[in-house]
Write a protein that binds this ligand. Structure first.
Ligand code: NAG
Ligand code: NAG
Ligand code: NAG
Ligand code: NAG
Ligand code: NAG
Ligand code: NAG
Ligand code: NAG
Ligand code: NAG
Length: 530
């Protein structure tokens, strides 16, 4: 009991220090639950949700110019308000600290928090405070929102510097804890670590809770590092940057970690293999822990697929051969091999990356494409290699729906198109339908909770004007007047939503409207007032 009380006291102390850190600036988790003038002039009367200029966590003139331009491009006042609030959200609110590495004054660091992930006493209950944690997946994707305005720039004030800082800090994190999904502030920041749970999680390999915030093994976390590296390199051509700090060693860590996780449950003679990762949490929620003493359900040896104990929702997998993360990892390993080759002097490593990516692609085709009685040949969400398949899709990225968005395959791929029809149908057990919004959800927020992030990915993967307009109408009309993208929304009641401050989903929506501006400009001239 003593222990419980001290943890709650630590959380309370944090809340105090957070509000006093930016004097006069409201805590954004409270700010984003309240309505603020000026309201949009449309029928949805959407709140203005940007913090006052003095309270924004990063200023970018190119982002401000983009918002000003889109005011003339987006005709509907509510849709524009949603863009104006959501696109800059990560820069406005989530850049918690920037600086340089203590042992290297050239190495930029960016600590980018996810928003309002709460510290919890157990499972889902007993909220004790807001955490300061950086997720590998979220931070890579928060930066991806600004990819279309990124240009090569060595200035510390630039978006390029913000990108470099995220890549450097992620590389450090991966070298320290390659199985972890989220991390504590860097020591250089002076921000104090906080405990995610009151009771320590039980997992191997061990890592200090002063370094990792949570250590759920999610293959897509490492894929996210490859994604942000690819995005920065392909846009700036700055190969020299990748040779300077911990990037090459992080790639070596990634290869070693993922190759060790090709292992199945039993060896060929039936002996039980030692596996490099186990996890258990004391909880009442099945998706927060792993069965079989932290090892998960059995998977077959020798498939060539990398295991993932958890999904991008941070929920445990039913079968660890999780197809979307294998797709995303293979796709960005290919593009990262080009970075490795461009640095110079690492041809062997670049070739190893290429051949590993090719072997994962072959394994996805062999084990991940299954025959559904109604939809024919489609991608499974998870398989075990023994013949079991989990047929569903979840809203978080990587998902099956988002496979062309992250560039694993072409949207016109016939297996993808059949998969897309399945995951958007009522045959997907996590498709949430209702009068407010119909979208893919998932076990993370549960039955009836549709995720607008999945509606956004539906737009990214469509060139059907009617489908896109329908999704935009649902998104713009279901924010409960708050004018931000929530994590999930009750498909029958828009006042019942989760996460007032989900920075990634907001940035993704902004990115989506910028993509529509180039791909389908006519839809941005539509009215959503009827
Ligand atoms: C807009 O919403 C705000 C906050 O709920 C409310 O005070 C205001 O009256 C609304 N305006 C209109 C025109 O509905
Ligand atoms: C952003 O600009 C405003 C002035 O418009 C300033 O008050 C604020 O300190 C700046 N924020 C940062 C992080 O530099
Ligand atoms: C700084 O520390 C990291 C982690 O210990 C190490 O990998 C890196 O080589 C160091 N850099 C310098 C310039 O000493
Ligand atoms: C680099 O970024 C800074 C800060 O955003 C900007 O003032 C400057 O014009 C940029 N330089 C180039 C060459 O784009
Ligand atoms: C954090 O780590 C310390 C040292 O290993 C341990 O005593 C403590 O129980 C851990 N706390 C939590 C909540 O994980
Ligand atoms: C069974 O196979 C494992 C893995 O290849 C090996 O380490 C072990 O020695 C084998 N045991 C027997 C009894 O052959
Ligand atoms: C997808 O395939 C179509 C038809 O073959 C082609 O026109 C298009 O360029 C491809 N798109 C990508 C992103 O490769
Ligand atoms: C809708 O959700 C809100 C917030 O949870 C709740 O207060 C309200 O009672 C719900 N409305 C209905 C009709 O269930």
């Amino acid at each position: 009991m003593q222990f419980v009380l001290s943890q709650l006291a630590a959380a309370a102390a944090y809340l105090f220090s957070s509000s006093s850190a930016q004097a006069g600036c409201p805590d954004y988790s409270s700010f984003s639950e309240q309505y603020h003038a000026p309201f949009s002039s449309g029928r949805y009367n959407l709140s203005y949700m940007r913090p006052a200029p003095a309270c924004r966590s990063f200023n970018s003139s190119v982002v401000e110019e983009t918002i000003a331009r889109m005011q003339t491009v987006i005709q509907d006042p509510d849709l524009f308000r949603l863009f104006e609030n959501s696109f800059p959200n990560s820069l406005d609110t989530a850049v918690k600290w920037r600086g340089f590495a203590a042992n290297d004054t050239e190495q930029e660091l960016t600590f980018l928090i996810t928003g309002d992930i709460f510290l919890r006493k157990d499972g889902w209950t007993d909220v004790a405070g807001i955490s300061n944690a950086m997720w590998l997946r979220d931070s890579a994707n928060q930066m991806q929102s600004y990819l279309s305005v990124l240009t090569a720039n060595s200035s510390y004030d630039s978006l390029a510097s913000l990108y470099r800082g995220v890549i450097n800090l992620q590389a450090r994190y991966i070298n320290l804890g390659p199985h972890c999904n989220s991390f504590q502030p860097p020591v250089e920041s002076g921000l104090s670590p906080q405990m995610n749970q009151v009771l320590p999680d039980v997992f191997t390999p061990a890592i200090s809770n002063q370094t990792a915030f949570e250590c759920k093994w999610e293959l897509d976390s490492l894929a996210a590092f490859l994604e942000i590296s690819t995005n920065y390199y392909e846009t700036t051509g700055d190969a020299a940057f990748f040779g300077k700090f911990e990037w090459v060693s992080a790639i070596e860590t990634i290869l070693q970690t993922t190759k060790n996780l090709l292992v199945g449950t039993y060896s060929s003679n039936g002996s039980v293999n030692t596996i490099p990762y186990t996890w258990m949490r004391e909880t009442t929620t099945a998706t927060e822990t792993l069965d079989n003493l932290g090892r998960g359900n059995p998977v077959k040896d020798g498939t060539g697929l990398i295991r993932s104990a958890f999904r991008p929702s941070d929920d445990s997998t039913l079968y660890q051969l999780f197809i979307p993360a294998n797709m995303m990892f293979a796709r960005y390993l290919e593009s990262s091999a080009k970075i490795m080759a461009a640095i110079g002097g690492y041809e062997t490593l670049a070739n190893e990356m290429d051949s590993f990516a090719a072997s994962i692609r072959a394994a996805i085709t062999k084990w991940g494409i299954v025959t559904h009685p109604t939809y024919g040949q489609i991608y499974a969400f998870e398989v075990d290699g023994f013949g079991s398949q989990n047929m569903m899709d979840d809203s978080n990225i990587p998902s099956l729906l988002s496979a062309p968005f992250f560039g694993y395959l072409n949207v016109s791929d016939p297996v993808y198109q059949s998969t897309r029809t399945f995951v958007l149908s009522e045959d997907n057990p996590y498709m949430m339908r209702g009068p407010v919004i119909s979208a893919i959800g998932g076990p993370h927020e549960g039955f009836g909770m549709a995720w607008p992030m999945a509606s956004t990915i539906r737009i990214f993967t469509s060139s059907d004007e009617a489908e896109i307009l329908g999704q935009l109408q649902e998104i713009v009309s279901s924010t409960d007047g708050l004018g931000l993208i929530h994590e999930s929304i009750n498909s029958f009641n828009q006042s019942d939503w989760t996460r007032q401050w989900f920075s990634w989903a907001n940035g993704l929506f902004g990115q989506c409207l910028l993509d529509l501006e180039t791909r389908m400009p006519a839809v941005l001239q539509a009215s959503f007032q009827s």
